[in-house]
Design a protein around this ligand. Structure first.
Ligand code: GTP
Ligand code: MG
Length: 204
């Protein structure tokens, strides 16, 4: 029996309109890279990333959905079991911000974790002439019980922090943590608890 590589497995989903920078945010976070010619996602992509937080080893399963409408029925199935959802808009495209409500409804419809953590991300803050102010983003997030952060996949501003804040919030939410232990971990724990109990028994 091998030791598990992690204490918790978190499923995180990244959603939002096509072109807002979802794949770029994941590329920046996982590989510290940026691609001006990032290709539009077909269907769904997947990345993993390990993090050490508060002495715990975390494995993040990161699902990168396609924003294009033609993939919508496919991507809806990926909401299942996610503990965290990162909802992105492009601060230079007002339409992508106006569409945040649509994405929020998708989360309501398809998410199976009532307490899933939602982070609203205003991406591309490196660009001049934003069409959505920070205040507008923050107010929407506050009114809808989401966290909020400004990011740039290009300069990496806010990228690590966005994921860290979601992860911290999941760690602080017992109902979400329940389903995040690697398979077999509970059995291993109870087996060692039994061993400890047996030892105690022998020692007296
Ligand atoms: P779909 O896969 O179609 O849903 O799009 P997406 O949300 O994954 O967007 P993607 O990451 O493909 O980025 C779209 C374009 O925006 C690409 O040309 C990226 O290089 C660019 N881009 C992404 N993030 C940033 C950013 O923070 N700043 C700037 N200047 N450009 C960005
Ligand atoms: Mg993409």
């Amino acid at each position: 029996m091998g030791e598990s590589t992690h204490d918790h497995l978190f499923k995180l989903l990244i959603i939002g309109d096509s072109g807002v920078g979802k794949s770029s945010i994941l590329l920046a976070f996982c590989d510290d890279e940026f691609n001006e010619k990032q290709a539009s996602t077909i269907g769904v992509d997947f990345k993993t990333k390990f993090m050490q937080v508060r002495g715990k080893k975390l494995k993040l399963a990161l699902w990168d959905t396609a924003g294009q409408e033609r993939f919508r029925t496919l991507t809806s199935s990926y909401y299942r079991g996610a503990q965290g959802v990162i909802l992105c808009y492009d601060c230079t495209q007002k339409g992508s911000f106006e569409h945040v409500k649509f994405w929020q409804d998708e989360v309501r419809k398809y998410s199976t974790n009532q307490d899933a953590i939602l982070m609203l991300v205003s991406n591309k803050v490196d660009l001049p002439d934003p069409q959505v102010t920070r205040q507008e983003g923050e107010e929407f997030a506050f009114a809808n019980s989401m966290m909020f952060i400004e990011t740039s996949a290009k300069t990496r501003q806010g990228i690590k922090q966005a994921f860290e804040e979601v992860v911290f919030k999941i760690l602080d939410t017992p109902s979400l943590l329940q389903s995040t232990q690697p398979s077999g971990a509970r059995t291993v724990n109870s087996a060692s608890a039994n061993q400890a109990a047996a030892k105690d028994g022998c020692g007296c």
